[in-house]
Design a protein around this ligand. Sequence first.
Ligand SMILES: C[S@@+](CC[C@H](N)C(=O)[O-])C[C@H]1O[C@@H](n2cnc3c(N)ncnc32)[C@H](O)[C@@H]1O
Length: 310
Amino acid sequence: MACNEGVQATNDDASECKRCAAQLGYWEDRYISLFVRAGEKKPPEINRGYYARAKGVEMFIDKFLKKSGSERQIVNLGSGFDTLYWRLKDSNKNVTNFVEMDFPSVTARKCYLIKRNKVLLDKIHVEDGEVRLSATDLHAGNYHIVGVDLRNLHEVEVKLNESEVKFNIPTLFLAECVLVYIDAPQVEQLLSWIAKKFDSALFVNYEQVNMGDKFGDVMLRNLRARGCPLAGVGACQNLDTQRQRFLTTGWNGSLSWDMVEVYAALPASDRQRIEHIEFLDEQELLIQLFQHYCICIAWKGEMFSKIDIT
Ligand SMILES: C[S@@+](CC[C@H](N)C(=O)[O-])C[C@H]1O[C@@H](n2cnc3c(N)ncnc32)[C@H](O)[C@@H]1O
């Protein structure tokens, strides 16, 4: 399964980039350095790209939290070493349940790192006084990490049940650079299963878009060379194909924006602050990068139908 290994390694890349940008002060993340060592310093356009990604996704998480009432849950698909659980805790944004899913080899590493770290462990909300850990899974009061291949729906359902997920409370699904690694029919099967099972859900997907041009071609070739083909790139042709994937799988509505638009929608004072962190020589390159990533949201039920970028 060399291909899976290449895909799993993308988590190390993403975590390293997030650590680098957070350390430079683009945004606050006190936890990412507990999961990944410092790597080489990344170029400014990569740091800004990650800033737009982190803040863009956060903008929709906040919108979900504002609309969803007191009983709500978050399911992070292909979560890698994401630290959202701890960051939400620090900002007193409570959720009833928080579930992370990734390949067992990735969750095993995450569980191991959490087990060894008091800062991480102390923040995990424990209702029944214990954190249950296996080699690949962690179950605590309202936090669950489960090892699963998202292409196997039966396994996904079993793991969600083990995590005490409720199908009738508002649920946010996050997928940051994940669906693009999965074959289109399997993504469609997953999306329609979620739309069928959950009464009220918001899906926030961040990944590539406009991949049919030269820039996209180079990106594809580079990833393929690293043993990481983008099996799901068909849905990444444009903003419309991103939305259609949800509209044909039972979701009630969908909107999408490229990262040029998402970046412009972030508060001007925040943009000014981060634009002073590093001098950016390659404006053109940053714009090209922004044009090739997007956020696509989709909702099931009425609760999240009015969510927009503004
Ligand atoms: C680019 S990383 C992103 C990690 C995290 N979402 C972030 O933004 O930091 C992609 C993640 O998706 C996971 N992934 C890809 N395909 C998967 C599948 N079929 N089942 C479970 N996880 C998968 C990989 O293992 C990896 O951790």
